[in-house]
Design a protein around this ligand. Structure first.
Ligand code: DC
Length: 230
């Protein structure tokens, strides 16, 4: 097949289905899926593990060289795990304890520089679907396809809440999840370094009223236009 190798950048607000779409596209195309948020979550995890306070920026920066973040993504079965220094932290980084501290940590310039360099390296050979907040604007400004996902906050909170319940999380309310999303979005939009925003050439998809299949079909249509340009 004479198809073009491309990179796909998917950005958007917290819990608006970026990962679901990115994984589905990666599986369909046999591409590598990279969840850049998991990398920020891994730094947050290490911060807690080393008992460093979230506002102790200099200690968090000192930690960075000792962090080896890696992924295990199998596009055959869409099986995905995040590792920190070879320990599987995929489950641990999805807790509210991490969600509550990850935004302030992702504001630290040195953390961003450290992770963005790795994200760019991974995408050098193309065939990557990466989701995050600054992928289309900063990490992969030349990505052949850039999507920016939006969805109503209440719908995103309900989806996230259901996901947490499915994973067995207890003692959590929908209101807490909604508050965490709103707080993180506000912090992500307003930070000075690489704020969450759509790249000027991104295609905006509002999935409030879309099923996963409709969203996937829409995105695949855009992918096809780019990988079969003739
Ligand atoms: O995608 P996520 O919710 O797992 O991301 C966790 C946090 O990491 C999010 O609140 C903001 C930050 N983040 C970022 O600043 N830049 C990215 N490219 C991805 C995530």
């Amino acid at each position: 097949m004479n198809n073009k190798r491309i990179n796909i950048a998917i950005d958007g607000y917290s819990s608006c289905g970026k990962g679901t779409l990115a994984k589905a596209l990666a599986q369909e195309l046999g591409y590598l899926f990279i969840d850049s948020g998991a990398m920020y979550r891994a730094v947050a995890y290490a911060t807690i593990q080393h008992r460093i306070a979230v506002d102790n920026t200099s200690e968090i920066i000192k930690l960075l060289p000792s962090l080896n973040i890696s992924f295990d993504y199998n596009s055959e079965n869409n099986y995905y795990n995040t590792f920190l220094n070879d320990v599987n932290i995929e489950y641990a980084i999805r807790t509210m304890a991490i969600s509550n501290i990850v935004s302030p940590i992702s504001k630290i310039d040195e953390v961003r520089t450290f992770l963005v360099a790795q994200q760019q390296q991974i995408a050098l050979n193309k065939c990557v679907v990466m989701d995050g907040r600054d992928i289309g604007t900063v990490v992969l400004p030349k990505a052949e396809l850039k999507l920016f996902m939006i969805s109503k906050a209440e719908i995103r909170a309900q989806r996230r809440y259901n996901e947490l319940l499915e994973k067995g999380t207890k003692n959590i309310t929908l209101a807490e999840v909604l508050e965490n999303l709103n707080t993180r979005d506000m912090q992500d939009i307003s930070r000075a370094n690489s704020p969450l925003k759509a790249a000027t050439d991104a295609i905006i998809i509002d999935n409030s009223e879309l099923t996963k299949q409709e969203q996937f079909d829409m995105a695949m249509g855009l992918v096809r236009e780019r990988i079969f340009p003739f």
